[in-house]
Design a protein around this ligand. Structure first.
Ligand code: HAS
Ligand code: HEM
Length: 558
């Protein structure tokens, strides 16, 4: 790779990881507030909701978007042997950094404590919305440029299978582009004018429906870079081959179909949306689990095969032959731990998706329990591992403290398992999410004191503390590697898994058009009813809200 692209990728890793120090600190603060260790509304002049907003936005929006673009540049350059355009990659980087700084300034000044879902009637300073929009547009610029690079490559390689990693990257950013159109509309047409005081009210139901058109697809935008690593690198790291590349292609295209038309599963309790479309999207949510089941079986088979090559035997004992603690393939440790966490993350997702069971867990601590097993599981561990891998290769520097580096993912995993078990257990006993329990339910001086949740929230604290320790060690390794002296030529050299079986090119799994048409059709069928419900059952009649009060303004008039 050229020096130019190396620097772009390094900046796209360095900036979000620097911010992540704030994000991880606020994770620790969250478990401290929740467990009732402190009974305060703020710490170090940062309010509880301000901290939760920083935590959600930095960890789940900023880090993931920057990483997806950085990793996308690396996969396109490495697998297609062509570099993304210079102007486009610089424009994308600048937009993302300026947007992030604007949003961060709004949050840090206390004018955007709206959480990462920014549901109205919570209102933020326009800089928050505009900054977020710029971050998103920056990532689009990179995507458009890769699409051009890909089309040119394909013209010259018509009979050649597009590399799986490139299919994954393009599928991922296509999902991202389509789903962010809805949130762009929400932000630019509904929220910014309202936040600037140009419009008196906002249609809360429409805003939520548009948000969730984006919001659940967002989680697959987080997940797919990790899936690319599972398919194209993990089998090689384990010393074997990928059991089926075709299975990987099918999985990625299924994500294209099913990632978006399921957002209503976050709105089972929203009154304006009809039961029919809620049930339909609940069923489609089970469909989006299929590519993950395909992945589970394909990757498990690839790992078992790799282990046999190393002399592994038995129904399960082959597992012990895998290279869990080898420093030279440290990425294996990050990826396998992510997969282990995802078994639980996936199962709890299926609980959430069940239309009736969702009533029991919605808005309880069960939900953060679920999503720390997913976004803070396979997604975050893949980001940590790959960021260290890329920094070491792109700077030509050896990894700082390699032994510590191999244990970080295990420590993180133990922490997440304890943390999420505590949250989910508490959630099943009704413990709410997004609540400063130190001021209320876990404050013996409060009338709302509720001792049922003491043990579960303490488990959350213990697990959260371990996660914080692992995060701290990661920062030492990441920045330590950055600061070392160069000892080799900078490069990108991914460990690439070959397919176990000879695989012919099947045009259907190497073409985007039919999948895009089907995607459009499913979206139309599923979101036309949801959006028309949001308009018809609220629409122009939707009462205006004040950001300070959750009840509509009109209700207060006699
Ligand atoms: Fe989710 C809420 C349903 C996946 C993230 N989810 C959330 C929220 C977040 C989130 C952030 O239907 C909260 C949003 C908010 O703030 O309100 N989720 C699902 C379902 C899946 C799912 C069905 N979620 C994810 C992923 C996320 C994520 C991935 C982030 C990256 N989720 C829901 C629902 C809600 C929800 C409801 C709304 C709840 C509510 O009421 O608010 C599925 O995609 C999961 C499928 C996954 C599997 C697992 C496959 C297992 C694999 C591992 C194999 C292991 C191996 C290792 C091979 C079926 C691939 C072997 C080991 C050896 C040692 C050999
Ligand atoms: C929310 C802890 C790392 C993503 C939370 C909550 C806690 C927590 C206690 C609030 C639950 C609630 O009251 O609703 C931690 C700890 C971490 C950590 C202790 C590590 C030291 C992460 C990572 C990610 C992440 C790495 C993503 C990459 C989120 C998101 C929310 C959240 C998206 C939801 C914010 C909201 O409800 O608005 N976290 N977390 N967390 N966390 Fe983490």
């Amino acid at each position: 790779v050229s020096r130019y692209l190396r620097n772009i990728i390094l900046a796209e890793l360095f900036v979000p990881v620097l911010l992540l120090t704030i994000g991880i600190y606020h994770g620790l603060m969250q478990v401290i507030y929740r467990a009732g260790v402190i009974h305060q509304a703020s710490v170090a002049k940062l309010d509880y909701y301000q901290g939760l907003t920083l935590h959600g936005v930095i960890n789940a929006i900023v880090l993931t978007t920057f990483f997806a673009v950085a990793f996308g540049h690396a996969t396109i350059a490495f697998f297609l042997k062509r570099e993304p355009g210079r102007k486009a990659s610089m424009l994308s980087l600048v937009l993302m950094i300026v947007g992030t700084l604007m949003a961060a300034a709004a949050i840090l000044s206390g004018k955007a404590s709206v959480l990462y879902t920014f549901y109205p009637p919570l209102k933020a300073h326009p800089a928050f919305y505009i900054g977020t929009a710029m971050l998103i547009v920056g990532s689009w610029v990179a995507y458009w440029d890769w699409a051009v690079v890909y089309v040119r490559w394909k013209r010259e390689h018509r009979e050649e299978n597009t590399p799986l990693a490139v299919i994954g990257t393009l599928v991922n950013f296509t999902i991202w582009f389509v789903c962010t159109l809805a949130v762009a509309y929400e932000v630019l047409v509904l929220l910014v004018p309202w936040s600037l005081g140009w419009t008196a009210g906002v249609n809360v139901m429409l805003a939520r429906t548009l948000f969730w058109f984006f919001g659940h697809a967002l989680v697959y935008f987080w997940l797919l870079p990790a899936y690319i690593m599972f398919y194209t690198m993990l089998p090689k790291l384990a010393g074997g081959k990928l059991y089926s590349g075709t299975a990987g292609r099918i999985a990625f295209f299924l994500f294209l179909l099913f990632s978006i038309p399921i957002g209503v599963h976050h709105q089972f309790g929203d009154p304006s949306i009809g039961r029919g479309i809620k049930l339909t999207q609940s069923l489609l949510t089970f469909a989006v689990a299929i590519p993950s089941f395909i992945t589970a079986f394909t990757i498990a088979a690839s790992l078992e095969h790799a282990s046999w090559l190393r002399g592994g035997k038995g129904l399960y004992s082959w597992i012990w032959k895998l290279p869990f603690f080898r420093k030279d393939v440290f990425l294996f440790g990050y990826l396998i731990n992510g997969l282990i966490l995802f078994i639980f993350g996936g199962l709890t997702g299926l609980v959430n998706a069940s239309y009736s069971l969702n009533n029991t867990v919605h808005n309880t601590a069960f939900i953060p329990g679920h999503f720390h097993l997913t976004v803070a599981g396979p997604v975050f561990l893949a980001i940590l591992g790959m960021s260290i891998f890329l920094v070491s290769q792109l700077t030509g520097k050896k990894i700082y403290l390699p032994a510590i580096n191999t244990i970080i993912p295990y420590l993180w995993t133990v922490g997440v398992l304890i943390f999420s078990a505590g949250l989910m257990w508490g959630g099943l006993m009704g413990e709410p999410r997004r609540t400063n329990m130190g001021l209320t339910y876990l404050n013996p001086a409060s009338e709302q004191y509720h001792p049922y949740w003491v043990i579960s929230s303490m488990l959350g604290l213990a697990g959260g503390g371990i996660m914080f320790a692992a995060g701290f060690l990661y920062f030492i390794v990441f920045f330590g590697t950055f600061l070392r002296k160069r000892s080799a030529e900078p490069m990108i050299d991914f460990p690439v898994s070959e397919s176990l079986h000879e695989e012919k090119r099947i045009p259907l799994f190497d073409t985007f058009r039919p999948w895009l048409i089907l995607m459009g059709f499913i979206l139309f069928m599923t979101y036309l009813p949801a959006i028309s419900d949001a308009l018809n059952n609220t629409g122009k009649k939707a009462p205006p809200y004040l950001p300070t009060d959750p009840t509509p303004i009109v209700h207060k008039k006699p």
